[in-house]
Write a protein that binds this ligand. Structure first.
Ligand code: ZN
Length: 496
């Protein structure tokens, strides 16, 4: 239980939130407001000072930041130090007197010089760059170390990191987690770099204890291992990120691991996003979900009602909002993620690992996965693909799948059609599978596919772009103009 600072873990909810607010006030006064072009201006315009934030409820005084603000001009969010302000600070003068001027320069460089960036995957909009300084890399390492500990890693474990080589959080979080925790991690770069065969070879050679990657790719790989007769007897943890992980997918992965010779296996989802510059893990909880264990000393997570913008109560569903407490480089305050968590934020001690940190509970759905489809000639209908994905991942008799949206008769003016591509994994006849899939869709969502097509494992790999795409494609939009832009929060809310 070394992972989260004992001081923070000893606090009850109200004291913890007060400690967060006090840290935020100092962070705003010393770091963000003097050096962030965007927030310096925003606070001035609202007549707001760091000192006005005295309680957790006061957070509401700070206006939200949205993805659109970042898209306008990401540079406005990067902290640029003002040397004149820094030079006047007591801590600077003290460092200069005791360690010399070079030490002062080094300290500023470490805090503020941009060293690395990651970006959003940009499926629905331009990728947004997010800057890290040396200080941010240190925080990334601390957060990574905690991921390892919460997941129950041991230094002697051998791990394979199968996230794609890319400027994305998932890969770098895993890399820094391994080096900070001090364990062997082989990064394969995922399917695009070594292909399925290359990754299988690594599994054969290394006999890993832990596999880390995106759920769809890990699933493909374990299926391929089964077909090729590759065994994985040491495998005890599968750590997932980059995509949602419905319970059905966890079940399928665990079952596959057993078929490959694993004795016990934890399937552990993590949650993170570019703007947080860190990921949060679940702890081993058997078939249950422990929730994502947050780092209260490194950032504030709020859950809000997306319509009113007000914080919701303990354990109530809503949209996840993020404010860092230790970030340099790119900084966003009260950032609206457009991610909805159905079990909300809870502060009670984790019943599985005993850590006393806030946790996000339940399933996450994304408003960008609500798409407009024209199912009849008259009007558009909003379809929540989060729901459709759940139905498919929870359905036992299929492996991977892909939902394709296209125009009927390839005519741009015609209605939209939904085609489901699936791979069978057992002996259930196709006709029966079709009937069962259709009735499950009708029971759990308002729509069902126009057509269901069955494919071999290899065809599914090709369709999903395993080995050619950075991320396996589970939903593809083949309508002209690349489909319809994601809906606004207002629309998304009613489906959350
Ligand atoms: Zn726990």
């Amino acid at each position: 239980m070394k992972s989260h600072p004992p001081k923070w873990q000893s606090l009850p909810k109200s004291a913890l939130q007060q400690a967060q607010v006090e840290k935020l006030r100092r962070y705003l006064a010393r770091i963000v407001l003097p050096f962030s072009a965007h927030y310096g201006k925003l606070f001035r315009e609202h007549g707001l000072r760091a000192d006005d934030i005295r309680s957790f409820a006061d957070l509401r005084k700070i206006p939200f930041t949205q993805k659109e603000d970042l898209l306008d001009d990401p540079k406005q969010f990067v902290l640029v130090p003002d040397r004149k302000i820094l030079a006047r600070r007591f801590s600077t003068i003290f460092t200069a007197l005791t360690q010399g001027r070079d030490a002062v320069t080094q300290k500023f460089e470490r805090e503020f010089r941009p060293l690395m960036l990651t970006s959003t995957t940009g499926r629905s909009s331009d990728p947004i760059p997010f800057i890290y300084t040396q200080r941010d890399l240190e925080v990334l390492a601390i957060a990574g170390d905690r991921v390892m500990r919460v997941c129950g890693a041991k230094p002697e474990m051998r791990m394979i990191n199968m996230f794609p080589f890319a400027p994305h959080l998932a890969f770098w979080q895993t890399h820094y987690a391994g080096t900070e925790f001090g364990t062997f991690v082989l990064s394969t770069g995922g399917g695009k770099t070594l292909g399925t065969d290359g990754n299988l070879r690594m599994i054969k050679k290394l006999n890993p204890d832990v596999l880390i990657g995106m759920p769809t790719f890990v699933y493909h790989l374990l299926r391929a291992a089964l077909q090729e007769g590759v065994k994985c007897p040491q495998l005890s943890k599968i750590v997932l990120g980059g995509e949602k992980v419905p319970n059905g997918m966890r079940r399928k992965l665990r079952a596959l691991a057993f078929e490959l010779g694993a004795k016990t296996v934890d399937v552990l989802p993590t949650y993170g996003f570019t703007e947080a510059k860190m990921a949060w893990p679940q702890c081993p909880a058997g078939d249950a979900q422990s929730g994502y264990h947050l780092n209260p000393d490194l950032g504030i997570v709020e859950v809000i009602n997306p319509e009113t913008g007000e914080q919701v109560g303990e354990g109530e569903p809503g949209e996840i909002v993020w404010t860092p407490l230790a970030a340099r480089g790119s900084v966003v305050l009260r950032y609206r993620t457009c991610d909805f968590i159905d079990g909300g934020l809870v502060h009670e001690r984790c019943p599985h690992c005993g850590r006393n940190v806030p946790r996000l509970i339940g399933h996450i759905s994304r408003s960008s996965e609500i798409r407009e489809m024209r199912l009849d000639k008259l009007k558009g209908t909003l379809v929540d693909f989060n729901q459709l994905e759940h139905v498919l991942d929870n359905f036992e008799h299929i492996g991977t799948w892909q939902l394709e949206i296209r125009k009927a008769n390839d005519d741009a003016l015609d209605v939209d059609e939904l085609i489901l591509h699936v791979q069978k994994v057992d002996n259930m006849p196709e006709e029966q599978l079709q009937t069962e899939l259709n009735s499950r869709f009708v029971a759990e969502t308002e729509i069902h596919p126009n057509k269901i097509q069955f494919h071999s494992e290899e065809e599914m790999r090709r369709l999903q772009g395993v080995g050619t795409q950075l991320k396996e494609q589970r939903v593809v939009d083949h309508r002209p103009q690349g489909g319809v832009a994601p809906q606004t929060n207002d629309v998304a809310k009613s489906h959350a």
